[in-house]
Design a protein around this ligand. Structure first.
Ligand SMILES: [Zn+2]
Length: 273
């Protein structure tokens, strides 16, 4: 079928348009399922528990949760937010994270489709959601997850390079520079060194996104973090700001408007030179 029409772009476009609602829904479901696993990782990894064994258990009474009661988002809805075993109220956060991951995948599909970048960027976004929430809960970014990110990005560079090794290197160097600036700024502004986890993640993100996109990621993350810090200053004396969630937000902003911003910025140069 496809062979007979090879080279006919109109045909591919028609197929794509037809498949779009399907791709969107499938991406959403895939994201929500991964979000369900993300919840497990967010809870267990910082506590040093195994991620695979035991299977899903009720956080209250410890009874195993059968697979059919463990459907992302839907189970929470049909069980009215209570565990089927003991009626324990399940935090709204769990289905919200599943929903978030579903939406991330569905909108990623709308943005880039099932291109070779999709699995890598999707995995990175889930990883950033996990890192962001662990940082929010525990003020740390566990090493194994950052190292997983390194593996993911190197694999991406080998299998479907999003940019050249030169750009990856430049991004890494920019990450190093900004990580040092961020640590110094934290020391000067808040009187304490920011976490070393932030430092490492900044380098890895620089490598992953390349200098241009990474700059947008870093700026949107730090601006959002500063606004959050100002807002929170009135409510609590806690000075630490977990950067993880803001890096996740920054990555998401970059995926959506990064290219447009870079084109606009380079266009400005064309105007003046
Ligand atoms: Zn229970």
């Amino acid at each position: 079928m496809i062979m007979a029409n090879s080279g006919d772009w109109g045909y591919y476009w028609a197929v794509f348009k037809q498949a779009a609602p399907l791709g969107f829904s499938f991406s959403f479901i895939l994201g929500a399922v991964l979000g369900s696993f993300a919840n497990v990782v967010i809870w267990r990894l910082p506590r040093g528990e195994s991620l695979l064994k035991p299977g899903s258990r009720c956080p209250h009474c410890g009874k195993p949760i059968p697979l059919w009661r463990n459907v992302p988002i839907l189970s929470f809805y049909f069980l009215k937010g209570r565990a089927a075993c003991c009626g324990y109220a399940i935090a709204l956060r769990y289905p919200l994270i599943e929903l978030l991951c579903g939406l991330i995948f569905a909108t990623l599909y709308l943005n880039i489709g099932w291109t070779p970048d999709f699995p890598f960027l999707g995995a990175w976004m889930i990883l950033l959601v996990i890192l962001g929430l662990i940082d929010l809960d525990h003020y740390r970014l566990p090493n194994p997850l950052v190292i997983l990110g390194v593996f993911l990005s190197v694999l991406w560079m080998i299998l479907a390079p999003p940019h050249t090794w030169m750009q990856a290197g430049l991004g890494f160097a920019l990450g190093l520079f900004l990580a040092v600036v961020m640590m110094l700024a934290g020391k000067i502004a808040a009187g304490r060194w920011s976490g070393f986890g932030d430092f490492k993640l900044t380098l890895v993100l620089g490598f992953t996104f390349g200098p241009g996109q990474f700059l947008i990621l870093f700026l949107s993350a730090t601006i959002a973090a500063m606004l959050y810090g100002l807002y929170r200053r009135k409510k609590t004396s806690e000075k630490r700001i977990p950067m993880g969630p803001f890096f996740a937000l920054g990555a998401w902003v970059t995926i959506w408007v990064g290219q447009a911003l870079m084109d606009w910025y380079l266009g400005m140069f064309n105007l003046f030179w």
